[in-house]
Ligand binder design. Structure first.
Ligand code: FEO
Length: 393
């Protein structure tokens, strides 16, 4: 990618990682990702905002080949997908200073061994002048780590938001013109990265509300030329009110749990509840995470194996617990051979979620008529519970 002009003397640099399929050795990237860096040339000083993943260092250095001087290298976030090429940039520009906050400085020293004398530490709200352009730093903690910050460029009305509002999306589009695709990517990203810190994200949205913003330029995915598109989506995802949606992540080893899931899916549909079953042997965890953004109920389906829930369900439940979605209700369906403590075991896996438990349906061996009847009762109970909520439309 060659540098792309956004405004006079403001450029998008960075790399599109078309083929990356896993982030943090955890998060599936079905659409790849990008690492956005931004170059701002003021009348007196030049700043580079963030760098790229270390695997893409050469791409960034190639883009900088005609840039004679960088005065400030702003590090919004210490995670290596943005900071990883900072040592190489400092090697090319030995007089450049890394501008960041005190927390990020400590992390950058820990993670990249950047020397102490290379830093300029800024406070929340502080500005640095580039001459005819100004960098105003806003601390936006927990989008994604506690040190993460953003930069506002008032002369061009651009918010450089780092992970905040990002999307793991490899695209040649400079702007978020393919709104359906960007929405899905940003929602997945929100679910995986932001949802556990929803309270802090709300505060950060409040913090940027008073800014006059024409463009939001994140560190992953395209730039938002209609800021309301992504801010309104965040406000929707951050709402305390869920939608009329039930999720059924499940495993079935010999078909019994699967039969219960099929009946529950049909019964919930009949009751007017939107239902999504996820067979955890084939589910992309990002799809489940994204669905959790506004679901009201989760019903976990599992057989007993080795005296407890299936290990893939233990894994999924621990992720659901860590992501802290706004779920309100939970239940369990499943099957056992000679003994079961599934409801207690599943409840113990999701202690972060303060959920009202709906009566489980656990059958011995194949489900019989009474079990299917109980599942239909569960569907009615879920629909009734949903009717008691203030739901998002
Ligand atoms: Fe894109 Fe948290 O790094």
């Amino acid at each position: 990618m060659t540098p792309r002009k956004i405004k006079v003397n403001v450029f998008l640099l960075g790399a599109v990682d078309w083929n990356r399929r896993l982030f943090d050795s955890l998060i599936p990237l079905p659409e790849g990702t990008s690492y956005n860096a931004y170059l701002i040339k003021g009348s007196e000083k030049t700043a580079l905002l963030d760098s790229v993943d270390p695997t893409m260092t050469d791409v960034l250095l190639e883009q900088l080949k005609d840039v004679p001087k960088i005065d400030y290298l702003v590090a919004h976030h210490a995670e290596q997908d943005h900071s990883g090429a900072i040592p190489a940039v400092l090697q090319k520009y030995p007089d450049a200073k890394v501008v960041t906050n005190a927390k990020a400085k400590a992390m950058l020293i820990d993670l990249l061994e950047i020397p102490d004398d290379k830093f300029i530490v800024v406070a929340d709200g502080e500005s640095i002048s580039l001459g005819d352009k100004t960098l105003k730093f806003l601390f936006t903690p927990w989008v994604h780590w506690p040190e993460t910050m953003s930069t506002y460029l008032p002369e061009d009305r651009i918010l450089f938001s780092c992970d905040f509002f990002g999307s793991h999306l490899a695209t040649s589009d400079l702007y978020a013109v393919d709104e359906a695709r960007v929405y899905e990517g940003a929602r997945r990203y929100y679910a995986e990265i932001m949802m556990p810190f929803a309270g802090m994200i709300k505060k950060n949205i409040e913090k940027i509300k008073s800014l006059d913003i024409e463009l939001i330029a994140p560190s992953h995915g395209p730039i938002y030329h209609k800021p309301a598109f992504i801010v309104d989506a965040y406000l929707d995802w951050l709402s305390d009110n869920p939608r009329n949606v039930a999720l059924i992540p499940y495993i079935s080893m010999h078909g019994s749990t699967g039969k219960l899931v099929d009946r529950l899916t049909a019964a919930l549909t009949q009751e007017g509840v939107t239902v999504i079953p996820f067979d955890m042997t084939v589910t992309d965890l990002g799809r489940l995470a994204s669905a959790l953004v506004d679901a009201a109920t989760i019903v976990i389906g599992t057989p007993v194996v080795l005296a407890g829930p299936h290990p893939l369900i233990v894994y999924a439940a621990s992720l659901v617990n860590a992501l802290r979605p706004k779920l309100k209700f939970a239940s369990v369906i499943g099957s056992y051979g000679w003994g079961s403590k599934l409801p207690e075991q599943i409840a113990a896996l999701i202690p972060n979620l303060k959920l009202e438990m709906i009566d489980p349906v656990i059958c011995k061996g194949l489900p019989r008529a009474a079990d299917f009847e109980a599942v239909e009762g569960m569907a009615k109970a879920i629909a009734e519970k949903h009717r008691s909520l203030k739901l998002m439309s």
